[in-house]
Structures are given as C-alpha cells and as structure tokens.
Design a protein around this ligand. Structure first.
Ligand code: ZN
Length: 190
C-alpha cells in the first residue's frame, strides 16, 4: 500500500478514458494493489473520491469515502466504496447545482448534477451491485465516473463566474453554498 502522486489538470492522462477491467485483471495483484493505493491516496489527500485515471492508471476504477471530511464538511457519509466498471443511469430529470472541487484541479465551481441515479458496478471482489444514489452522494458518483471518461468537473461549469480558489471560496461563497445545500439535503432526507 502506498500513496501515489495525483495528476493535475493539463496532464494528458487525465483526458484519456479508462479501459474496462476484466474479471481476470480484477483478481490480479497489479489491480488489487492499485485499489489499495487508490484508497490510501484518497485518504491521504482528504478526497471524497479518487479515480484510477487521476493516478495515471488508465482503468475504470474509482474509490469513494466520506467520513468527517475537512474538505467537504457538508457531505453526507459514504462508506468506503470501490467501484469497478461503474455505469450511471439518471432516473429522472431532476438536477441540483453543486459546488465541486477536485484533487486534480486547484479550483471549485458550480456544476449541475442529476439528483437521482442508478449505479451498477463491481466491487473489488467482483460482486455485482445495483443501487440507487441521491443528492450529494449521487453528485460524487457522477464526478468520479466522469474521470473515467476523461471529463473534469470544470468541463461542466456553465457559469464560469462561480469558479474560485479554495481560499476565496471560504471567504466569499462557503456559507451561502452550505446553507443552500444543507436545506436541499434536508428536503431530500439524505
Ligand atoms: Zn475529481
């Protein structure tokens, strides 16, 4: 287990779609070691999620975990989840504007995400999962799976005036966003 360097925006590897992982590959030491490193690296960086493409491994694997995260104190908890070959299907047209950050991008900005999604994926042992995710957790899934297609959240920022550094977000935008998103999460019951 080790912490790997996280690629930053501008690195072409972040823009290359990841390849599907076969059952044989998933069981290999190489991929199981990569998964261990993804979890270590995500936790070391206080990320809510990390995609394999962000450490230069071009495969369709993401890790997610939210406990009490200093980067995102308003996010509901996500138990440690490793998703292999994840597929997302929006369940309806409802969207919410979420202020997002990314370990590969030194900015935050507002992105519209589907509120209700179905996710299908394999866990690290190859077991198939079919689940419904909602709200901020659904947003985290969409952000991470975007990485596997070479898409960064800033590609989806429609109003570029919402872009800010983390420091400026704290000063000018944090309170308003947390108030809005907490009210949204309460309405959603998640
Ligand atoms: Zn990201």
């Amino acid at each position: 287990m080790s912490v790997r360097p996280i690629l930053s925006i501008g690195d072409p590897a972040l823009r290359a779609p990841g390849a599907s992982v076969s059952a044989d590959d998933l069981a290999s030491d190489r991929i199981q070691g990569l998964i261990d490193d993804l979890v270590d690296t995500m936790r070391h960086a206080s990320g809510a999620g990390l995609a394999a493409t962000q450490v230069g491994a071009g495969v369709r694997i993401v890790a997610m975990e939210v406990t009490s995260n200093p980067r995102y104190p308003y996010k509901p908890p996500i138990p440690l989840t490793v998703a292999v070959n994840p597929v997302i299907e929006p369940l309806d047209g409802e969207v919410v504007e979420i202020n997002e950050g990314c370990l590969s991008v030194p900015l935050r900005g507002n992105v519209r995400r589907h509120v209700n999604i179905r996710v299908r994926y394999l866990d690290r042992d190859g077991n198939a999962h079919d689940e419904i995710k909602r709200g901020l957790t659904a947003g985290t899934w969409q952000h991470e799976v975007d990485h596997l297609d070479g898409v960064l959240f800033i590609d989806r920022v429609e109003d570029t005036s919402t872009l800010s550094t983390w420091d400026e977000f704290e000063i000018h935008h944090r309170d308003e966003f947390i108030e809005r998103i907490t009210a949204f999460s309460d309405r959603l019951g998640s």
